[in-house]
Design a protein around this ligand. Structure first.
Ligand SMILES: Cc1cc2nc3c(=O)[nH]c(=O)nc-3n(C[C@H](O)[C@H](O)[C@H](O)COP(=O)(O)OP(=O)(O)OC[C@H]3O[C@@H](n4cnc5c(N)ncnc54)[C@H](O)[C@@H]3O)c2cc1C
Length: 410
């Protein structure tokens, strides 16, 4: 990457350089040690990420954040993911997530906490029967005197135990005939102590093949009681604008199925973020492959002198650069306030599929050594494999893109 890139202002280049140093000096050694032990990002290190300001990239300066946009969020995410996808992921659980309180003072307090990494959340959207088809959420929230009683199951909830809160999508009523399937779905903010589940909630870790820095849980809600104000309410237009400028998911004005629509809207930024994670992983794979191709000697020559290997490296670099050009354009347009649903799906699809291929190619370049846990390439590959699945599978991105191309309403 060079300073001649029109997207990369001096300020952005400085941010990138700082994040790169932090990632290579502090995150990478930790990842290489802890990921193979399937250990979470340590609490002390979360504090360190907070000191770097990365939980507050998109939160206003008045709340202690950096006051930046999706572009810078993606730029820093690529650097962090190049070292450890789990660290690049955890910053998305700050950055204004779960700060949509009705009360202004409370909201300001939560934004401050979020910016310093003192209000880190977990998202409980998916269920055993609601993955790609998120509108099929069955988890119930039933009004009961002074609050709600929540019953049901959630699957794939990352960071649930370590979180300060869980943002839960639950059903309060059934949609009527002809109504949007998202109607009756609401978001609830469940406050909890770190490293404990409240009464009425149990969590079982899911044993995954990668993404070990964040433990993923299957959650069972058994009559969990929450106060009435745990349900995130309708936001006034001024609040929506504020949230948007803070990088939060601005709820669309439509009230019919608004929580569901806001969730889908939030997924646009999440998809750009996932694309950045994928690019970071692919870059790690390329950089390690470049080093290995020059150090590994076969037939009396470094393997990087064989055309088969050189061309693979050339293709890897070209595909990464193409994904990066796309993400810069999409992130910039997002910050400019353009609707980016189709483009966010495109960059998510392109970058994650690219990362899966390239991390696989990196294993090939490393030969047998690539198929060991002694090298980081296998970790990049395991993590990249996930990026084509979560935040909407590649197939769902294609559904979104083709719906838009064909003028079908979503
Ligand atoms: C490690 C991990 C972490 C996760 N973290 C979280 C989290 O923190 N919070 C959270 O809420 N969720 C999380 N998820 C859930 C994730 O978003 C879902 O796994 C994802 O949306 C896919 O849903 P599914 O697994 O139920 O697959 P399914 O929806 O069952 O899909 C199975 C296959 O069918 C295809 N398919 C489904 N519908 C269609 C269609 N209409 N057209 C074409 N193909 C289709 C899919 O593309 C896929 O190939 C996580 C998942 C994983 C694996």
């Amino acid at each position: 990457m060079s300073g001649a890139n029109p997207y990369l202002t001096d300020v952005r280049l400085a941010l990138q350089a700082t994040a790169r140093r932090f990632a290579l000096d502090e995150v990478l050694p930790l990842a290489n040690e802890l990921d193979r032990q399937k250990k979470d990002i340590p609490r002390d290190f979360l504090r360190r990420i907070g000191e770097m300001g990365y939980f507050g990239i998109m939160i206003g300066r008045e709340y202690g954040g950096m006051g930046l946009g999706v572009f810078e969020y993606a730029l820093i995410t690529e650097e962090l993911a190049r070292a450890w996808m789990s660290v690049a992921s955890i910053i998305a659980r700050g950055n204004g997530m779960g700060t949509q309180a009705r009360d202004r003072q409370r909201r300001a307090e939560l934004l401050r906490r979020s910016a310093r990494g003192d209000w880190i959340g977990a998202a409980a959207l998916s269920e055993p029967g609601a993955g790609s088809d998120l509108a099929n959420v069955q988890c119930r929230a039933v009004r009961d005197r002074d609050g709600y009683v929540i019953t049901g199951e959630k699957r794939w909830c990352g960071n649930a135990l370590a979180a300060d809160f869980i943002s839960l999508l639950a059903r309060t009523s059934e949609p009527g005939a002809g109504e949007s399937r998202g109607r009756g779905l609401e978001t609830f903010l469940i406050e909890k102590p770190r490293d404990a589940f409240p009464a009425g909630l149990t969590g079982t870790p899911i044993d995954k093949i990668g993404y070990h820095g964040i433990t993923t849980f299957h959650l069972v809600f058994d009559h969990l009681r929450v106060p009435a104000d745990a349900m995130l309410g309708r936001r006034e237009p001024a609040m929506r604008a504020e949230a948007a400028s803070a990088g939060g998911a601005a709820a669309p004005a439509r009230e019919d199925g608004r929580a569901f629509n806001a969730t889908l809207h939030g997924l646009n930024v999440a998809r750009v973020h996932t694309a950045a994670r994928a690019i970071g992983l692919a870059r790690g794979a390329l950089e390690d492959s470049l080093a290995y191709a020059q150090e590994r000697v076969q037939f009396g020559r470094p393997i990087g002198e064989f055309q088969a290997v050189r061309f693979k490296l050339a293709d890897m670099a070209t595909q990464i650069e193409a994904a990066r050009a796309l993400i810069y354009s999409v992130a910039q347009r997002c910050d400019g306030g353009e609707p980016i649903e189709k483009e966010a799906a495109m960059v998510k699809l392109f970058a994650t599929e690219m990362a899966e291929r390239i991390t696989g190619d990196a294993i090939q370049v490393h030969g047998g050594n690539g198929y060991t846990t002694e090298r980081a390439v296998e970790r990049y590959w395991r993590d990249a494999r996930l990026t084509t699945i979560f935040e909407g599978t590649s197939e769902i991105q294609r559904v979104i893109i083709s719906d838009r191309l064909l003028g079908r309403a979503r």
